[in-house]
Ligand binder design. Structure first.
Ligand code: AMP
Length: 187
């Protein structure tokens, strides 16, 4: 059972590391970005709404994202195996809503893994990734949004004694090992 949030700037490697841990320990990987991109490609109402924000590098409104997370975290696989949240929460209201939901569901968080990466490295990685929202202007906007709206969560979780900071540059396997150590996993 693992219940963890992966926090960090865009391009920190949250997705890469989340997938590695999720596969190795058979824990549901919940990426709000992936859920939104799937909705966009299916052309659903949610997708249409989300696309207008994603294209600009802005955040989709809290109530929309919180609704998605409520539904997903209420599924039986999460009850049984836990979760790796990747890209959620991204704002203080999202973090507060998550606290409330997890306490209702009786599923306390084990840890928040904060993957920290230098600014130049982030821009370099995002420019080479080639996703639809990885153009230079949108990258700049996403970094600004991260600093203003998401970075305050570092203090929020640090005050709750849940935060573990891991430097996210270097060998992917080594970074996975550090995460496993932080989570008390065998490796
Ligand atoms: P990501 O794949 O996590 O980088 O997310 C891609 C885009 O989806 C973001 O730039 C936002 O527009 C949107 N998004 C993903 N997660 C959230 C969230 N928790 N809150 C608001 N918007 C989100």
């Amino acid at each position: 059972m693992i219940r963890v949030v992966f926090l960090g700037p865009p391009g920190a490697g949250k997705g890469t590391q989340a997938v590695r841990i999720a596969e190795k320990y058979n824990v549901p990987h919940i990426s709000t970005g992936d859920i939104l991109r799937a909705a966009v490609s299916e052309g659903t109402e949610l997708g249409k709404l989300a696309k207008s924000y994603m294209d600009k590098g802005e955040l989709v409104p809290d109530e929309v994202i919180i609704g998605i997370i409520k539904e997903r975290l209420s599924q039986p696989d999460v009850k049984e195996r836990g979760f790796i949240l990747d890209g959620f929460p991204r704002t203080l209201p999202q973090a507060e809503a998550l606290d409330e939901l997890l306490s209702e569901l009786n599923m306390p968080l084990d840890k928040v893994i904060y993957l920290n990466v230098d600014d130049e490295e982030i821009v370099k990685r995002l420019l080479s990734r080639g996703r639809a929202d990885d153009t230079e202007d949108v990258i700049r906007k996403r970094l600004e949004v991260y600093r203003k709206q998401t970075a305050p969560l570092i203090d929020y979780y640090s005050e709750k004694c849940l935060l573990v900071e891991i430097y996210g540059v270097g060998d992917v396997e080594e970074i996975t090992k550090k995460i496993e150590e932080a989570l008390g996993l065998e490796g």
